[in-house]
Design a protein around this ligand. Structure first.
Ligand code: CDP
Ligand code: MG
Length: 692
């Protein structure tokens, strides 16, 4: 008789039952505390179930009974979408029904939505229309320890809202680290608060609820901390013997070492960005071909912002039989998304951080050494399901010299967008706003200067009407908002709308042809417009609208990313709706030149109007080309290079404006560059350049 075949008779469950998660034991306590205290701080290891379970507990406990919604904010778009998909699966609905998500330019919710995941920035934006966020009964600020710019601002705004809704709003702050006391102190406003993180195992329920109520002043809010002890397996930390020159190469080698020498278990590698991740994934795929044919396979996957939802979901799937999965990720995997089955972590020791220099006005995204807290959190990712190992691609001495925690984003960001939003929320005195950590004065001053020169603020630093209020409402950064709102006077609104949509995409519109890197230039050249990248983007969009949507092969033949273009169409439509709400009429100007190939962008006059209009918004991002082909900004101090993806790479220009500036390694690149005339800067930004 044939042996009983286990695997033929049992199907593995789709998910580990949520009742086995560490958080399950705390369910009653959690609900009790949330019921009792306006503010509850939840501390728990990544993977303990905070993000996916708490909203479900709340929903089941009746927090949505009167049509109210539970909001869960995430600092990252990727986290908001993946988590919503997961929770919808657990609840057994489609995303957008009971469980939905909302991120900039993508709202997947409906009237039926009870649990809504959204970025913290988007919730702030909602406060513009619903200042008390009255549709939410509970707002959970997730991943608060990351201290993203929007999280910090949101916490300040929520503190204000809570004063007006002391009885019907509950706030939950979830954090993977022990910054909990800072959060509690911030809300309760009591500096002497004797609240210790609660280990709810060791205490009775009575002990729990006597914690941390400030009691005294009427205006003071009471709050509590609950600590969800999650189970953690030991992680061996191994350091590099000597300092590492090229951490990408070293990471790839380390992955192969683990793969050939260590027992089963997936690998998670922390790198800093998309390009590094692509390089590493490709290196693995190429070299994996040299593995012994009968050896276990190695499958490399990327995880970073800018991937499509499907691409993101691959990393959560189990690898095929006899294959080890290696995921190359940005900081996303440090705390906000959990991937099961990781036993080995390889930590480059770097993270890409935004930093804004108030002197040059240049925002950079620079690979920076991580903090100790970050490194510890990364190592922890290896010990979730069994004992693991973490390979640090730096020496122990380097680790010792790291900062304890990462500087909050609010202390190193361009504050113009958030100040514009705070002003629109009626918070005029930015300096006196209750920030968890105050931003440095130079950053505030710089932002106010920019907003003033864009015409969003008046001489008294009050929001102008309608320009300032409209700029705050538009879901694009202030310089682009100004460009859009100026477009009617340059008679190019339709074109600027397209450019705004195309530059807001965040992803690449070009598809890299497999293995033939060099030929990339030619398809792109077909759409190139002499005056620069913005007009080229406009050209691509117009070609897509007229041909690409109908001809299946158009995108394929021209190496254009169909999905990105579809997204651009949707973003454009949304921006158009904002403008129409302001009473602006958008006359679509595409039809006149619809059948020329390549499409001319409306003739020389139109092109000039577009460039003038871009100057009116982006004058603060002006630069002049030097004889050696690099650029200098107006202040003169910074050497800028046209990014290789730019048309201005290797081309002659005089003055230009650019959309973005990014520092990689020791070079500063500008992206989306358009030629302008020097005189226009004086014409549209005389005040700004006098300030300098
Ligand atoms: O928020 P926290 O880090 O405390 O945990 P969570 O994200 O709620 O994750 C709880 C469990 O769900 C973990 O075992 C995750 O691995 C799993 N999960 C998953 O498999 N896929 C997702 N997209 C999200 C969570
Ligand atoms: Mg979470």
């Amino acid at each position: 008789m044939a042996e009983f075949d286990l695997s033929a008779n049992f199907i593995p469950s789709l998910h580990k039952p949520s009742s086995l998660l560490p958080i399950a034991r705390h369910r009653q306590n959690l609900l009790y505390l949330i019921e009792t205290y306006p503010v509850t701080i939840v501390v728990g290891q990544t993977g303990s179930g905070k993000t996916t379970q708490i909203p479900q507990y709340l929903e089941q406990a009746g927090w949505c009974s009167d049509g109210k919604v539970i909001a869960v904010t995430q600092p990252r778009r990727v986290a908001a979408t993946t988590v919503a998909i997961r929770v919808a699966e657990e609840v057994g609905c489609k995303v957008g029904e009971e469980v939905g998500y909302s991120i900039r330019f993508e709202d997947v919710t409906s009237a039926a939505t009870r649990i809504k995941f959204l970025t913290d920035g988007l919730l702030l934006r909602e406060a513009l229309v619903d200042p008390l966020l009255s549709r939410y009964s509970v707002i959970m600020v997730d991943e608060a320890h990351e201290r993203s710019l929007s999280t910090d601002v949101l916490l300040g705004v929520l503190k204000k809202i809570l004063k007006k809704r002391p009885n019907d709003l509950r706030i939950i702050i979830s954090s993977a680290t022990l910054q909990a006391e800072d959060f509690l102190r911030f809300f309760t406003g009591d500096t002497d608060l004797k609240s210790k993180p609660t280990d709810s195992d060791a205490m009775t329920l009575d002990d729990l609820i006597t914690q941390a109520s400030t009691g005294a002043g009427k205006s003071a809010v009471s709050g509590t901390i609950i600590n969800l002890e999650g189970r953690m397996y030991p992680v061996d930390v191994l350091y590099s013997e000597s300092s590492v020159e090229d951490y990408i190469e070293k990471a790839v080698q380390t992955v192969f070492d683990i793969h050939t020498k260590e027992p089963d278990g997936d690998i998670l590698v922390f790198l800093t960005g998309r390009e590094e991740i692509d390089t590493a994934v490709q290196a693995i795929s190429e070299r994996a071909a040299n593995l012994h044919p009968r050896a276990q396979g190695l499958m490399a996957l990327p995880l970073c912002a800018g991937l499509s939802t499907e691409q993101q979901m691959y990393v959560f799937e189990e690898a095929p039989e006899n294959t080890r999965k290696v995921i190359f990720s940005t900081n996303i995997a440090e705390a906000s998304v959990t991937i099961d089955g990781i036993v080995y972590v390889v930590d480059s020791g770097f993270v890409k951080l935004r930093a804004f220099n108030p002197l040059t006005g240049i925002e950079t995204l620079t690979a920076t050494p991580v903090s100790k807290a970050s490194a510890t959190q990364r190592a922890g990712r290896a010990g979730r399901t069994k004992p693991g190992k973490c390979y640090r691609l730096y020496t122990e001495a380097s680790f010792q010299s790291l900062e304890e925690t990462t500087v909050p984003e609010i202390q190193r960001s361009n504050l113009a967008p958030v100040i514009l939003q705070l002003k629109a929320l009626g918070i005029d005195n930015i300096v006196r706003f209750d920030f968890l950590t105050s931003p440095p004065a130079e950053l505030i001053i710089r932002a106010l200067e920019l907003l003033y020169s864009l015409g969003a603020l008046d001489d008294y630093a009050k929001l102008t009407k309608p320009l300032g209020t409209r700029m705050a409402e538009l879901a694009v950064e202030p310089m682009m908002a100004k460009t859009l709102l100026s477009a009617p006077s340059f008679n190019c609104l339709s074109e600027i709308l397209t450019i705004a949509a195309m530059t807001s995409l965040g992803g690449n519109i070009w598809v890299q042809p497999d293995g033939e890197k060099k030929s990339m230039e030619s398809p792109r050249r077909k759409f190139a417009v002499e005056e620069g990248d913005q007009l080229t983007l406009l050209n691509v969009y117009q070609a897509f609208i007229t041909k690409g949507k109908k001809e299946g092969r158009f995108c394929h033949d021209n190496y254009i990313n169909f999905k990105a273009m579809t997204r651009a169409v949707s973003i454009r439509a949304q921006l158009k709706r904002y403008l129409e709400r302001f009473g602006m009429k958008v006359e679509e100007t595409l039809s006149s030149n619809a059948n020329k190939q390549p499409l001319a962008v409306g003739g020389p006059d139109k092109a000039e109007q577009i460039r003038r209009c871009l100057t009116a918004g982006f004058f603060a991002h002006a630069a002049k080309m030097q004889p050696d082909g690099t650029f200098r900004n107006v202040a003169g101090g910074t050497i800028l290079h046209a990014h290789p993806s730019s048309l201005m790479f290797n081309r002659k220009a005089d003055w230009v404006i650019f959309h973005e500036v990014m520092e990689t390694g020791n070079k500063t690149f500008i992206r989306d560059v358009t030629k302008i005339e020097k005189g226009w800067l004086v014409e549209y930004a005389a005040g700004y350049y006098k300030i300098q």
